[in-house]
Design a protein around this ligand. Structure first.
Ligand code: DGT
Ligand code: CA
Ligand code: CA
Ligand code: ZN
Length: 563
């Protein structure tokens, strides 16, 4: 399928037209179809052959022509021309958070910076301080450093997709394997993949995986490779009797393992990746399953998501481990977008896809007016949207679309509409996107003000972090949590893979303080509705149970809570 290539081509056109000084709407005009193409389930070349390119969301005649040329010839003359207009390095530099088209243009044209690597070196050597000013230079150095660490760890979603490919590969050769490590624990970023199996062929088979770039080491019980995308994969082969001990060891975390090992020592035992055994007699006590090892240590089975030495051992000993939430517990999804603002799919398609997932309800939370780049809605446009929602609700009964909004919290803490207008919504989420470089005091005051607004139900993605790109806003989260509790408002775990915000640590604090959470997809297309799966993993790592999450409630209960 060429879908990904075509989407990347359009994204490149978008960046280039921005950098070459074309107007911003041109850039959006390329980015939107790029999104819809990424989410197509059919091969775009098949669509082209039928002459139906313009039926793809946001693909007009002009773009269809370009896609056609690219698919037929593998090239696009227009792209070559556009590339000549901007100096080398401009597009790459725009990947750095904090560098817009103008800065990128200036850096490459006037200061000869041709790559992110060169930018990092020049900034580190203090060469660009005159050009950018001290504050900007410092900020950019931070961004660039962050990209470095961001690149060495995958997002959870990338690791999940990659591991599906790997597991599928082994399965197709008749081998059963397990994925251990941080992926089994569900961390939000993943360093490398750790795979275990009991079949001797496992170590050899990894070398033949189509994605392998280079073999790091190869032996009968352990093979490590680098894939072409730079990710390391380890496969370990183990005996059936030691499999549980190995799974426990290689799932980690290291911190959890250390506590278990110390517990064993206290009993005169030894725990390693092969077995739990008696130090004096050398006799094996357990090793075949994880459950058996936990049991011998006087502990209930601890789900992998909790294995971080954050109190799970004590809880397991005292029989008070939480009954963790499961993605199947969710009965609806309360943050998603449609083409009314910056989504790639129409309201109706979002609703039908959500119903298909088995939901009882969704909230369509298109952006409010002041988010211009995201095509935020005026009061007039909302009124039209509500008509469309009423009609659909009639048709899709008992499924229910809640009238909702992602209301921007402006730099002064005010929202976009009057209170009387807000009363028309079933559900209101507040978000801080704009002016996120304000002082911690100002940012906190904005969040507190939003959570004190009578119409607001929840603060969406409270820190606004983008994993690997941007740290969360430095807001005073204990104060935000306290305000939510006092005012009976909710906080969100946004399941979008780059957000996962609140993170597990703060979501757990919120829950412990008695704040109800939401787990939402923040989907901008039907394909992204699955983001709730990642949000739920964060919820499990936050020790959440079904009762802690409002969108596990049936519609009636939820509406009561919102009223
Ligand atoms: P990652 O790959 O950085 O996302 O994180 P993990 O947790 O997958 O770590 P990794 O791949 O280095 O090792 C896999 C597991 O093996 C780890 O979670 C616990 C175990 N492990 C590795 N090194 C040690 C160690 O030095 N001591 C103990 N007790 N366990 C270790
Ligand atoms: Ca790992
Ligand atoms: Ca590893
Ligand atoms: Zn948002």
């Amino acid at each position: 399928m060429k879908n990904k290539d075509v989407a990347e081509l359009l994204e490149k056109l978008s960046l280039l037209s921005e950098a070459s000084g074309e107007d911003r709407f041109k850039a959006i005009a390329y980015r939107r179809p790029a999104n819809s193409i990424k989410n197509l389930s059919e091969d775009i070349d098949e669509i082209r052959k039928r002459g139906e390119l313009t039926q793809i969301q946001y693909v007009g005649e002009g773009i269809a022509k370009k896609i056609d040329e690219y698919l037929r010839t593998g090239k696009l003359e227009f792209l070559d021309r556009l590339e000549k207009k901007v100096p080398e390095g401009t597009v790459e530099l725009m990947e750095v958070s904090g560098i817009g088209p103008r800065t990128a243009y200036k850096l490459s044209k006037e200061y000869g910076v041709k790559s992110i690597a060169q930018l990092r070196a020049d900034l580190g050597a203090g060469k660009l301080t005159d050009a950018l000013g001290e504050t900007m230079a410092k900020r950019l150095l931070e961004s660039v450093e962050k990209m470095k660490t961001g690149q060495s760890r995958m997002l959870l979603v990338e690791a999940i997709y990659l591991s599906r490919d790997l597991v599928g590969y082994f399965t197709s050769h008749g081998l059963k394997v397990d994925v251990a490590g941080s992926l089994r624990r569900g961390r939000s970023t993943i360093g490398d993949l750790d795979i275990l199996c009991t079949d001797k062929e496992g170590a050899e088979l990894l070398v033949g995986f189509p994605g392998v770039d280079r073999v790091i080491e190869k032996g009968p019980t352990r093979t490590s490779v680098f894939l072409k995308n730079g990710v390391q994969v380890d496969v370990r082969v183990l005996g059936k009797e030691e499999y549980g001990a190995a799974l426990l060891y290689f799932t980690g975390s290291k911190e959890h393992n250390i506590v278990l090992r110390n517990l064993s020592i206290e009993k005169g035992w030894k725990l390693n990746e092969y077995e739990l055994s008696d130090v004096k007699t050398g006799k094996r006590i357990a090793g075949k399953t994880e459950t058996e090892i936990y049991q011998k240590l006087g502990l209930a089975y601890i789900p992998p998501e909790l294995r971080e030495d954050r109190g799970e051992i004590e809880a397991a000993r005292e029989g008070r481990l939480p009954d963790l939430i499961d993605v199947g517990d969710l009965r609806g999804d309360l943050q998603m977008h449609s083409t009314w603002s910056d989504g790639a799919d129409e309201l109706e398609r979002m609703a039908r896809a959500a119903k298909e997932r088995g939901y009882e309800y969704i909230a369509i939370t298109d952006h409010s007016f002041s988010v211009g780049i995201a095509n935020g809605l005026s009061e007039e446009r909302f009124k039209n949207q509500w008509k469309a929602i009423d009609e659909l609700n009639d048709e899709l009964k008992p499924f229910r679309i809640l009238k909702a909004v992602e209301a921007e919290v402006r730099s002064d803490g005010n929202l976009d509409y009057d209170r009387s207008f807000f009363e028309n919504f079933d559900f209101v989420g507040a978000s801080i996107h704009q002016a996120y470089r304000q002082s911690p005091e100002k940012l906190t005051a904005r969040a507190v003000k939003a959570l004190s607004h009578p119409s607001v139900d929840v603060l969406f993605h409270p820190t606004n972090r983008l994993i690997g790109k941007r740290d969360g806003n430095p807001i005073d989260l204990p104060k935000v949590i306290a305000t939510a509790r006092e005012n009976g408002k909710m906080l969100e775990i946004d399941g979008s893979p780059m957000r996962l915000d609140l993170d597990e640590v703060w979501a757990r604090k919120a829950m412990e303080e008695g704040v109800t959470l939401l787990i939402d997809s923040d989907a901008h297309s039907t394909g992204e509705l699955e983001n709730v799966e990642y949000g739920t993993i964060v919820g499990r790592r936050a020790w959440l149970e079904k009762k802690d999450v409002a969108n596990t409630m049936p519609l009636r209960g939820l509406l009561k809570k919102l009223s």
